[in-house]
Ligand binder design. Structure first.
Ligand code: M6R
Length: 612
């Protein structure tokens, strides 16, 4: 999952490409590079690490040229060093690539036998050499690119430039997305519309298998069988997006603080506050809505934090709507060959709408004839466009690699869907619907209150910083939230953290507990609070250092009203996973800040994971 950009321009393009790459840095930041057509040949600048390093390189050694391609990398094949940074060159060819070429080894052997020598350890370099081989064999640029692409197996979004043809870029997509931007006197390619937002809002999304010949004033698109095809031009909303930290130190901090507002926006899309009723707004295919009443089963698939939002909702759908739910991480589901019930609904949850594993799961379910629904934050994403029903989250752009506001908005949509499903299936009467919607409507207010605990959490985070291991415990909907807490702590602070269902601790993991082990317990006072208290006593008896996140009553009954207890406002059970997310996120955030890690761009990660 890398970001790619191409511009066939009418001015010097290297600075424009770097600007667009900044908007794609969420896709990877191991290295970056740009190539342009200069004085009849290709030239490039590359740098290890983040884009600022490439910017510095270009400042020292500028790269002129009006046609160019650029790349920001998340390393798959080969270490994140300059020699592996894109663009990759072969004789008169430059290539940038997002994805994985699965048959690169056999292609590399074949090309080496043919006299091509490789300068990198990447899979991408085979594409450059394949195209160069086509040129050497007498094909024109279009023919050479088409022949090369036909040899590739795996996933790719590609932009290819030719030393012999200024004013031409060939784009191709199989798997990862690729958008073409239409300007007045320039044409653009990019991994998403947001990257191209400074230049144009006129966007054509290539379909899977498409490839395109992009020139300054024209674009020709071909499908996988090389037939010319027309693809429509959409007006993107990406241009409105301002990527700005405001007066916050990190994007993640800003995004945590945006939660009351974006939860409110999202809620407003799904409930009628006056009627205290759910109004399902499906922005997918209006002629094919979901029939929640007749559903035999719901199957949810997602990755990472989005998976954990789905896991929380399993409790809601089963409890409030009596709808059986299967939930899987997409990387397992896609190969599991799960039998799916006729008439079932397959729901995919994703902030980006581009996660490769989740998309593969979606394709499997679509092929099995399931109704496909998605909850996505990026409305123009591949996932949204491949779904019958689309339930958007209105979180706005999420830049921090660690998901925060997208998660709480996903939970908000899922809670609304669970209530609507309960109503349609006859398990929630009108009075209960009004009560549940009323409770959900209070989530933004509780989230605002939760944000006020930042100082206390900052102090507590001191205790976690520098620890080697942390355990998280929760029951019911707070079990997946405990998993989310552990995930946040791992990805932000690099401290090893694991989550367990509180009742499961005694079946093995309790062996880990000693007086060095912090144990974060997420336990609002609820029906099963007493059970969690027993589990906390088991931890305390072994010297574990408990950090309890609960409410006033929970603190009193646990007998732990100490500085290590975060006391949340009293709130209805339905909203606790949404609101308790705030202290859980903040604890991970401040631990990371104490430890001095890169909060918005943690090591080894990328925001959008468009490879397997
Ligand atoms: O874009 P998606 O929601 O499909 O992404 C899924 C995961 O990659 C993502 O949630 C990841 O786990 C986050 N970094 C967690 O903070």
């Amino acid at each position: 999952m890398c970001g790619i950009v191409g511009i066939v321009g009418s001015r010097s393009v290297a600075p424009l490409i770097v600007d667009a790459l900044k908007r794609l840095e969420y896709r990877g930041y191991d290295s970056a590079g740009v190539a342009t057509f200069v004085d009849g040949k290709l030239d490039r600048r590359r740098a290890e690490g983040k884009l600022v390093n490439l910017e510095a390189r270009l400042a020292d050694d500028p790269l002129p040229g009006k046609t160019g391609i650029g790349h920001t990398r998340w390393a798959t094949h080969g270490a994140p060093v300059e020699v592996n940074a894109h663009p990759h060159f072969s004789d008169g060819v430059a290539v940038v690539h997002n994805g994985i070429i699965e048959n690169f080894r056999e292609l590399r052997e074949e090309l080496e036998a043919d006299g091509f020598s490789f300068a990198s350890q990447t899979d991408t370099e085979v594409v450059a050499h394949l195209v160069a081989k086509g040129l050497r064999d007498g094909l024109d640029a279009k023919g050479a690119a088409g022949a090369a692409v036909s040899r590739l197996r795996g996933a790719y979004a590609l932009a290819i430039m030719f030393g012999g043809d200024d004013g031409l870029i060939v784009g191709a997509r199989h798997g990862p997305p690729l958008a073409i931007g239409h300007g007045g006197d320039e044409m653009y390619l990019g991994s998403d519309a947001v990257a191209l937002a400074p230049f144009t809002n006129q966007i054509t999304y290539l379909e899977d298998g498409d490839w395109a010949i992009v020139r300054r004033h024209s674009v020709e698109i071909f499908d996988a069988d090389a037939n010319p095809v027309e693809r429509k031009i959409d007006v993107s909303t990406g241009a409105a997006i301002v990527v700005d930290k405001g007066n916050h130190r990190h994007f993640m901090h800003k995004e945590m603080y945006e939660q009351p507002e974006v939860i409110g926006h999202t809620l407003a899309n799904y409930v009628d506050f006056n009627e205290q009723a759910v109004v399902l707004r499906d922005s997918g295919d209006a002629s094919n809505p979901v029939d929640f009443a007749g559903l035999p089963r719901l199957n949810i698939t997602a990755c990472g934090t989005a998976y954990l939002a789905g896991f929380v909702s399993k409790y809601w759908f089963e409890r409030h709507a009596r709808l059986p739910v299967d939930i899987d991480v997409a990387s397992e589901f896609r190969y599991r060959e799960a039998p799916l019930q006729d008439g079932g609904l397959s729901l995919f949850i994703s902030q980006s709408g581009e996660t490769a594993d989740t998309l593969a799961g979606l394709k499997y379910c679509a092929d099995e004839g399931q109704h496909i629904a998605s909850i996505v934050n990026v409305r123009e994403s591949t996932m949204a466009r491949a779904s019958h029903s689309v339930f958007p989250t209105l979180a706005g752009p999420e830049i921090g690699v660690a998901s925060t506001k997208a998660f709480t908005c996903q939970l908000t949509v899922l809670a609304s869907l669970a209530i609507a499903t309960g109503v349609q299936r006859g398990h929630i009467d009108r009075a209960t619907e009004a009560r549940l919607v009323g409770e959900l409507s209070e989530a933004p207010r509780y989230a605002t209150d939760a944000l006020k605990m930042e100082e206390q959490i900052r102090t507590l985070a001191h205790d976690l910083a520098g620890k080697k291991h942390v355990l998280y415990l929760g029951r019911d909907t707070n079990y997946p939230l405990a998993m989310e807490g552990a995930l946040k702590l791992k990805e932000l602070s690099y401290i090893h953290a694991e989550a367990y269902a509180a009742g499961e601790l005694k079946h093995g993991p309790i062996a880990l507990v000693d007086d060095e082990m912090p144990v974060v317990v997420i336990a609002p006072h609820d029906r099963i609070f007493e059970k969690t208290v027993s589990n906390m006593q088991e931890v305390a008896a072994r010297g574990g250092q408990i950090i309890l996140i609960t409410d006033q009553r929970g603190a009193e009954e646990a007998g732990m009203e100490t500085s290590r207890t975060i006391i949340m406002p009293d709130m209805p059970e339905l909203v606790t996973p949404i609101v308790y997310s705030v202290p859980v996120q903040m604890l991970a955030y401040h631990t990371a800040v104490h430890m001095g890690t890169d909060v918005d761009q943690p090591r080894n990660l990328a925001k959008s994971v468009t490879v397997e």
